[in-house]
Design a protein around this ligand. Sequence first.
Ligand code: CAA
Length: 403
Amino acid sequence: MLGFDLTDDHQLLAQTVREWAAREVAPRIHRLDREHTFDRGILPQMASLGLLGVSLPPDQGGSGMDYIALGLASEELEYVDTSLRVILSVHVGLNCLTLASWGTEDQKQRYLVPQAQGHKIATFALTEPSAGSDARGLQTVAIKKGDRYVLTGEKMWISLGDVADNFLVFAWTDMEKKRQRDVSGMSAFIVERAFKGFASGTLTEKWGILAGNTGFFKMDEVEVPEENLVGREGEGFKIAMFALDQGRFTVAAGATGLIRACRDASAAYARDRRTFGAAIGEHQLVKEMIAQMESDYQASRLLWLRAGWLKNVGRRNTRETGLAKWYSTVASERAAGDAVQIHGANGYSDEYPVGRFYRNCKGAVIYEGTREIHKIMQADYVLGYRTDKPTRCELPAWDGTES
Ligand code: CAA
């Protein structure tokens, strides 16, 4: 049955994540952000809550919850700090769910199960110094030699790239198709940090999501066993786009949490702060900003819930997920800007969280498909220039999610 109520399990999950993040992270996040510190101790805690395998089946090491649960966890984590949600985005959304759909049984046992249980941390590596939006423009190559592929190239702007153990890496396996920018020459591989020739570093100049690490890595003739090819040779681009359907979903739900955080912080401040003989919440121009936050929060939530429901019932959702990601990230930028405005000079100081929200929101308007890429995709769907066809592997549907 289609309805708007969350199940008891969903409500319990949201409450558990909310209480954990409020208790364990919120009191420290200001310091972690100010000191640009990623607290690795958060990872085992998230694992013990089942969050690192939240929407994976138990036989793959997961918690056995559906994609709505993944969205709720993303929303609650980003309510406290974007860096927490990013962990879910890259580890679960972009990596684990991709292996669950496209991985071999051997890859699931060797990589997915330990990842879902939190013994290993994983991320996704598409972006390169000269290829972000233009995913066809990547330069990394994988040359087949006997029973191995030899990977050479450089990846950049990889969330947890300096922390993760395992990487889902995209590279050209057909050099003629690389020259022609024909994506059927691209393939996907599981690369371990421990492989010889792999070297990573931390990007230190970013000005948002400072409690989360972003890295780069170089592969200098890294030998990857052929068993680590994900999908078939030539399916890499589709796998990357498929992975982004899940990553963008977590970004959308996370941005929804950020809007809620802006709304709640603004409402609390507006009830307390007085000007011209009244609480600023009594002033119509402040009410207007708070009303906009509420409308953006509710609309964003409905958009990611619809995308999550489509995933649950096993329907293609690239269009709906992209719309949710585009709308909610742009709305979160508006909400964060207005939250700073409502806080006035205090919003411009680091003493209140809204300045951090303002710095954190911008990344999601850029990564996992910029605002502009998403606008073009949505226009192309409407114009009939883009349609979603079924792919060889789809996300596993969740049984019983409609009860
Ligand atoms: N699932 C499965 N298959 C898909 C798919 C999906 N979601 N989307 C496309 N495909 C398939 C298509 O069906 C097509 O296959 P056929 O030829 O068999 O029909 C093939 O893939 C090529 O698709 P397109 O023609 O749509 O490809 P395109 O070149 O037009 O795509 C684009 C253009 C949409 C702009 C794409 O390049 C894009 O999304 N760019 C943005 C990349 C991005 O988001 N990067 C962020 C990386 S992650 C990050 O930054 C964060 C981090 O920390 C990891």
